[in-house]
Design a protein around this ligand. Structure first.
Ligand code: AKG
Ligand code: MN
Length: 213
């Protein structure tokens, strides 16, 4: 099922209990955040993490904050150190922290203070399979997911992998927040189609903000 044939919807869209799509919520700060990301990429270029099965993930990732999400053949989890450089992750920028708190509040989650910002870089032709975010310690905290650059079809399912996902057409500046009853719902991203974004070119960038510890 496709939720909407045309973008944008007129108001925040409830996707499931505890899950909200905030259309264009990040637009006022998107330019600034894109500049901050390109500065971050100079010293911390996104890397292909590994799956436990020993395959490289198609999406490249880097992080900001106290904890960075890492994938190795030993498994998935959070690390205070970037594996490629042996360095601590740079702090989250104030703009990103504020956007996360504001989006969470708009979705009904007050006082959200993430300690991890995973930055996913999708080239054309890459995707992210259905999965649950379950490496965090406190599932009472929501997830804030910011989309920048090329459009993507976000797949938002249910508590079981077999639950049929809804297809959400995300564009630059959209934010999805999920928590509460849907905190561990399966989700993923369909293959990114060719295109050219005026600010970011032929890529999509996703920020996934979480409280890891
Ligand atoms: O790119 C997205 O929109 C989702 C990313 C995601 O689910 C993840 O990194 O866990
Ligand atoms: Mn996820």
């Amino acid at each position: 099922m496709t939720l909407f044939d045309t973008h944008p919807p007129s108001a925040p869209v409830v996707l499931a209990s505890g899950a909200v799509w905030l259309d264009g919520f990040a637009l006022p700060v998107a330019d600034r955040i894109c500049q901050q990301l390109s500065a971050h990429f100079v010293s911390r270029p996104p890397q292909q993490m590994m799956t436990p099965m020993g395959y490289p993930m198609s999406v490249k990732t880097t992080s900001m904050g106290d904890w960075g999400w890492v994938g190795t053949t030993q498994g998935y989890g959070y690390s205070a150190i970037e594996p490629a450089t042996g360095l601590a992750w740079p702090a989250m920028t104030p703009d990103i922290l504020q956007l996360a708190a504001n989006a969470a509040a708009a979705a009904g989650y007050q006082a959200f203070v993430p300690d991890s910002c995973l930055i996913n870089q999708y080239a054309v032709g890459t995707k992210m399979g259905l999965h649950q975010d379950k490496d965090e310690q406190d599932f009472s905290q929501p997830i804030v997911s910011v989309s920048l650059g090329l459009p993507a079809t976000f797949l938002f399912g249910g508590p079981r992998r077999s639950d049929r996902p809804v297809k959400i057409p995300l564009v630059h500046g959209d934010v999805v927040v999920w928590g509460g009853a849907s905190r561990r719902f399966y989700h993923g991203v369909a293959t990114i189609r060719p295109g050219m974004h005026p600010l970011l070119g032929a890529q999509r960038i996703n920020l996934t903000l979480r409280k890891a510890r």
